[in-house]
Design a protein around this ligand. Sequence first.
Ligand code: FES
Length: 130
Amino acid sequence: MTGWIDAGETKEIPLGTMKGIEAGGARVVLVHGATGIRAFEDRCGHMSAPMSIGQFKSGVIKCALHSAVFDAETGAVRGQPQMHMSGMDKLPPEMVEAFSQMGQVMAKIRCEQLRPYPVAVEGNRVMVFV
Ligand code: FES
């Protein structure tokens, strides 16, 4: 389906928050930043994790899976995925080596920008074109 979809009331997405929704059969993440509400496909440009379970802070969205960072206005990549996790120094050497090998593979996966959707606010309704 292609067209404008009612994504809910503006009060459901307060300034400084983000929220995942289903709209017209698409998974969408709504982000309310300093310049208004933006919408992106709810899929990380790295390995497709839902962006809506990540963090939105200081104008960027951070993926929950490997910490890639995206501009909350445009969806542009602002930080590459990371393989390091806290506590890795306490793991057995075999696991550290396995993570290192995964990191080498992951480094070859291109991280694409988030796909933006047009947004319009009509009265108190958020409309997304999907
Ligand atoms: S899936 Fe988002 S950074 Fe890897």
